[in-house]
Design a protein around this ligand. Sequence first.
Ligand code: SF4
Length: 334
Amino acid sequence: MVVTTRSLDDRYGRVATDLRVSLTDRCNLRCSYCMPPEGLDWLPDEAVLSHDEVVRLVRIGTDLLGIQEVRFTGGEPLVRRGLVGLVGRTRAIDPALEISLTTNALGLSRQAQALADAGLDRVNVSLDTMRADTFAEITRRDRHRDVVDGLAAARAAGLGPVKINAVLLRGVNDDEAPALLRWAIAEGYDLRFIEQMPLDAQHNWSRESMITADEIFSRLEAEFDLTPASEPRGSAPAELFTVDGGPATVGVIASVTRPFCGDCDRVRLTADGQIRNCLFAREESDLRAALRGGATDEQIADRWVLAMAGKRAGHGIDDPTFLQPDRPMSAIGG
Ligand code: SF4
């Protein structure tokens, strides 16, 4: 039932319709650009929203606030128990809702079909390398095969287009861009390269060491002919290019060097029930307290609207006053 009475507008004319819901801050990998080898201090169980609470907030978002798309993320959302049931309950809210999952694909080979049957539309899988030893170096876990199997299971279950997000790290896998693209095209996956963002728990990110979109292009163009895709980009983060005349494409998400904040339509809900109007927001709005304090749907919606009004024009990474958020990516949700 869609009874939208208002929308999630900000002061710059943007309207959020894409809700990213983090289901946990935990992850079963330890990617070096995300967290230290020993992991982080995870949220206590009682701080994390229950399935009932997640479903209620998603329903408020869709019914009252114009949310049209929900992406479950983490941490690693597949480690959340009962994910299939949660997807099913989310699907029951609105048959037209776009529901997707951002995952590292560990264990996806066992769950892909059940997730598709429950109403999941598609997946985005993080995979930075085709070399098992490089995968183990980046993620500190020897699980490359599981990711490749998970991708194949997602494709077989119809969770497409299956998108792969790859981050290139200088001196680690930055020689792999053409090989990754060649493999993704052969397998029928949509590959997108993403500039690394300053969202690591260790605060080790540096602009100097980051592989920029320009470098990604020069590596790819050494082996492929790239042409800007004709379809309009809209609010999508990826700039799309057809490869060698198409139909295959490759995406480049230049979050740092070519920000797309002017077209942003995203809002994030953390696993502990905080609304973040931007990945790089310095403030959060506590919907969990409202939920658990007995607030009505209307009151929660009002608080959510207010949280969006304070969204800044952009991430400001280039601004001398830029401050990395206190929470790392794993606790915000990608
Ligand atoms: S940095 Fe913030 S405003 Fe920019 S695209 Fe990301 S979430 Fe949107």
